[in-house]
Ligand binder design. Structure first.
Ligand SMILES: Cc1cc2nc3c(=O)[nH]c(=O)nc-3n(C[C@H](O)[C@H](O)[C@H](O)COP(=O)(O)OP(=O)(O)OC[C@H]3O[C@@H](n4cnc5c(N)ncnc54)[C@H](O)[C@@H]3O)c2cc1C
Ligand code: SF4
Length: 527
């Protein structure tokens, strides 16, 4: 008999959500997390510690296609990347589930439709306390329930931006935010609506992350056990290669092996591929579950740009990530292909610009960095990048990750930027000032900014072209599942976390049915 019913490797958006969903079933669940609990400490909210010293970025080294080392912007903690995320919790658009013709080619259809995902999006929004307003964004897909919490209000400068956009004929909307904020009862609100949210850990545990709303509630059940500082380094199988029989773990330098009836990999797109590739054996010579040669391929991470515009009036906004614009999501004004999503990103500060030499030299001496920060209005633009087999994770001889990546859809990305530039004069901004802001990506090497990584183990109906079936179970290994963003066959142009969470719930239902376990829906969290 296996030690556990289920082992979940990785506790981020995919693994942490799945753990919470499965926890009330009474099944024996082991969570393995290579990182530790993210310390709650004053530096959580220090821009210098977070953005200059990279305090919470892993010390991993990965290598690009020319074997140049770089430090990936990944975060190994209980809760994974969600500990640092901006908590903009978007659904993909219904169109993203079908084929979409892009400037650089076709974005493939998903093997499940939006209809099948919809109930799980609704459940994920409830679990993660999403605030939003339906009916404002014309690209919004149909939903079976309102957002569980009212939209986070705009501060005056962003409300002005909203009004100016509307006056110019656009459709700005309240961005979906995963924060535990009660604006009508601030004395009792967990979230204090601070300026250090997007890219920072939340010191007061009020961000809807996978530690606070996934792992911690799961651990409240006696049948769930978490081991931190436990890195899965290999998966063993039976001789036929059809069943995972052991999860080999490096736990603080000691090797342990654990077994379970079902094994779930949720290490983030690059690390999940790494684990499968590192688990090659006689039955799976190219890597576990890799008969299709698709493990590691089709890596995507959004073709994104963080830019700042300079407002003529000061912008004293504290919590800025409240507005989005999808008017160019499916087509541009003069072109019939998708450009992408525009949203606000956390308000920048002078501290964050440190080391951003291009910004400094472009603006000095007219503007000091403090002036820039006072007037900055910060946008985040995302264009879909297409799944390409040659964009891939492979293993170097020393077991470390090599990541080959060439961006696609550069032209639509440029056009989206031009659309935003064209809007500036209607929005009370300096027209000639739209500057790249590297703070969010923190690194000039594009591949290092892997916050939105996805692909690498895509799901599909055909075992020749996909790694997972529609239940996110490996085609070739009966008890192996992957539930992080690896399963995405395409990434759309909105932030990926809610889709990973919703899919984890969908796969959770399948697993409960397979195990004959009771389906006790977890209660939604309360703000
Ligand atoms: C700064 C930042 C801002 C972001 N903002 C947003 C946003 O606003 N909205 C949004 O939707 N998305 C955002 N994202 C992206 C979002 O956080 C990710 O898409 C999401 O967390 C991915 O979930 P995942 O389960 O695939 O991986 P992760 O959440 O990264 O979880 C993977 C987990 O696996 C662990 N792990 C890795 N390898 C092993 C191993 N071998 N053994 C054991 N454990 C292992 C890791 O430590 C980690 O805890 C942001 C990300 C960053 C970094
Ligand atoms: S805005 Fe709210 S959720 Fe975000 S870091 Fe501040 S207190 Fe936490």
């Amino acid at each position: 008999m296996s030690e556990y019913d289920i082992i979940i490797i990785g506790t981020g958006a995919g693994g942490g959500t799945l753990a919470r969903y499965l926890a009330p079933s009474g099944k024996r669940i082991l969570l393995l997390e290579r990182g530790d609990w993210l310390p709650r400490e004053p530096p959580n909210w220090s821009a210098h510690d977070v953005f200059v010293d990279n305090r919470y970025v892993s010390e991993d080294t990965w290598f690009d296609e020319r074997d140049r080392p770089f430090q990936p912007q990944v975060h190994y903690f209980v809760g994974g990347a969600t500990k640092l995320y901006g908590a903009a919790l978007y659904r993909l658009r219904a169109e993203d589930f079908g084929e979409l013709s892009h400037h650089d080619g076709m974005s493939p259809a998903w093997p499940v439709g939006y209809d099948e995902m919809e109930p799980y999006y609704t459940m994920a929004e409830q679990l993660y306390c999403v605030h939003g307003a339906r009916g404002e964004d014309p690209t919004e897909p149909p939903a079976s329930a309102p957002y569980p919490f009212p939209a986070v209000s705009h501060e005056p400068r962003i409300q002005q931006l909203h009004d100016d956009l509307e006056a110019a004929g656009h459709h700005p909307f309240h961005a979906p935010c995963g924060v535990m904020l009660a604006e009508d009862d601030m004395p009792n609100s967990a979230c204090v609506r601070c300026a250090t949210c997007d890219g920072f850990p939340c010191l007061v545990h009020a961000k809807s992350d996978a530690e606070v709303l996934g792992v911690r509630p799961a651990l409240a059940q006696p049948n769930v056990h978490l081991v931190t500082r436990a890195e899965a380094v290999g998966l063993e199988t039976n001789a036929a290669g059809t069943t995972v029989t052991g999860v080999v773990v490096d736990h603080d330098g000691t090797t342990e092996t654990h077994s379970a009836d079902l094994v779930v990999v949720a290490c983030g797109a690059a690390n999940s591929a790494r684990l499968l590739l590192a688990s090659a054996n006689d039955a799976h010579p190219n890597g576990l579950a890799n008969g299709s040669d698709m493990v590691g391929r089709n890596y995507m991470f959004h073709n994104s740009a963080a830019v700042l515009a300079l407002s003529k009036e000061p912008n004293p906004t504290v919590f800025q990530k409240t507005l989005g614009l999808n008017d160019f999501y499916l087509r541009g004004r003069d072109v019939d292909y998708p450009l992408g999503n525009i949203q606000m990103v956390g308000k920048s500060s002078a501290e964050m610009y440190r080391g951003e030499k291009p910004l400094q030299t472009k603006l000095a001496p007219e503007w000091t960095l403090r002036d820039v920060a006072r007037h900055a209005v910060d946008f985040w633009l995302s264009t879909e990048d297409l799944p390409r087999p040659e964009n891939r994770v492979t293993l170097r001889k020393d077991g470390r990750i090599a990541l080959a990546y060439t961006a696609s859809n550069e032209k639509p990305k440029e056009q989206l930027l031009l659309e935003l530039k064209g809007l500036l004069r209607h929005l009370g901004m300096q027209q000639d000032h739209l500057h790249p802001r590297h703070a969010y990506l923190k690194n000039d090497i594009p591949v290092a900014g892997c916050a939105h990584q996805a692909g690498t183990c895509r799901f599909g109906r055909d075992p020749a072209t996909s790694v997972l079936n529609t239940d996110c179970r490996a085609h070739e290994v009966d008890n192996l599942y992957v539930v992080d963003t690896s399963f995405f066959p395409s990434i759309g142009a909105v932030n990926p976390a809610l889709t990973a969470m919703a899919n984890a719930l969908r796969v959770g239902d399948h697993m409960l049915e397979r195990l004959g376990a009771r389906r006790a829906r977890p209660e939604a969290a309360h703000a």
